[in-house]
Design a protein around this ligand. Structure first.
Ligand code: ADP
Ligand code: ADP
Length: 208
C-alpha cells in the first residue's frame, strides 16, 4: 500500500525541504496548500483573493483550502501532505477524505524558525528552497534570480507564528492524543532530518 504521509510543523520547520526529498525518494505526490495558493494568489474567489490573507499572515478560509486538497487527493495514490491541516476543522475534514499511514511532526524551536523564515530564498524557476546562511546555490545565474516570499519579512513572520500557535498547535496536540503522532527533532542538518524521517517511514508506519 502507498505511503500517505502527513508532515506537520511550524512555518519554517523544514516541511517543504523534506517533502521534496520524500516525494523523490518514495515516489510520492507532494501536496502543498501553500504552493497551490501562491500559484493562484490573485484569483478572485467567493472569499476574495488568497493574497488578502497570505500577505497578512492569516489562514486562507477553510472552504477554499479544502477544495484544493480534495482535488489533489483525488489525483494522488501515495502522497506527502505539507501545510495542511492547519486547524482542527481542516483536520476533521481530512479524516473524512483519507486514512494516513504516518503523521510526522518536525519539532523546531521559535528562534530557529524566525532565522529560517527570514533567511529563506526561493528559485522561481525550479521551486528549489535556499537559505542565505545555511544553503545558497553556487551557480551565479541561480543566485541572481532568487526571490524572497512576500510573507517572509520579520513583521509577517511574527504574525504567522502566532497563527500557528493558536490554530495549528491544537492539531498537533490532537494527533498526539490519538497516539498517531511521530515526533522528529527538526533542528539538525537537512540530511540528518531526512534520515530520521525515512527511518520512521521504513520501520514504524502507523495507521493514523
Ligand atoms: P516550511 O516548509 O516548513 O516552511 P522550508 O522547508 O521552506 O520550511 O524551510 C524554511 C527555511 O529553512 C528554508 O530557507 C530552508 O532552506 C531552511 N531549512 C530547512 N531545513 C533546514 C535545516 N534542517 N537546517 C537549516 N535550515 C533549514
Ligand atoms: P509556511 O509553511 O512557511 O508557513 P506555507 O507556504 O505553508 O508557509 O503557507 C503560506 C500561507 O498560505 C499561510 O500563511 C496561509 O496564509 C496560507 N495557507 C497555506 N496552507 C493553508 C491552510 N492549510 N489553511 C489556510 N491557509 C493556508
Amino acid at each position: 500500500m502507498s505511503n500517505r504521509i502527513l508532515l506537520l510543523g511550524a512555518p519554517g520547520a523544514g516541511k517543504g525541504t523534506q517533502s521534496k526529498r520524500l516525494a523523490d525518494a518514495y515516489g510520492l505526490e507532494h501536496i502543498t496548500t501553500g504552493d497551490a495558493l501562491r500559484a493562484n494568489k490573485d484569483m478572485e474567489t467567493d472569499y476574495g483573493t488568497p493574497r488578502e490573507y497570505m500577505d497578512a499572515g492569516e489562514l486562507v478560509p477553510d472552504g477554499l483550502v479544502n477544495e484544493i486538497v480534495d482535488a489533489a487527493l483525488a489525483d494522488a495514490d501515495g502522497f506527502v501532505l505539507d501545510g495542511y491541516p492547519r486547524n482542527l476543522s481542516q483536520a476533521e475534514y481530512l479524516s473524512e477524505q483519507t486514512d494516513l499511514t504516518a503523521a510526522i511532526f518536525l519539532d523546531v524551536g521559535e528562534d530557529e524558525l524566525v532565522r529560517r523564515l527570514t533567511g529563506r530564498r526561493l528559485d522561481p524557476e525550479t521551486g528549489e528552497i535556499y537559505h542565505v546562511e545555511f544553503n545558497m546555490p553556487e551557480d551565479e545565474a541561480i543566485l541572481e534570480r532568487l526571490e524572497q516570499r512576500d510573507d517572509d519579512t520579520e513583521e509577517v513572520v511574527t504574525d504567522r507564528l502566532e497563527v500557528y500557535y493558536e490554530n495549528t498547535e491544537p492539531v498537533i496536540e490532537h494527533y498526539r492524543e490519538t497516539g498517531d503522532l511521530i515526533e522528529v527533532d527538526g533542528e539538525a542538518h537537512p540530511d540528518e532530518v531526512f534520515e530520521r524521517i525515512s527511518e520512521v517511514i521504513d520501520e514504524d508506519p502507523t495507521d493514523a
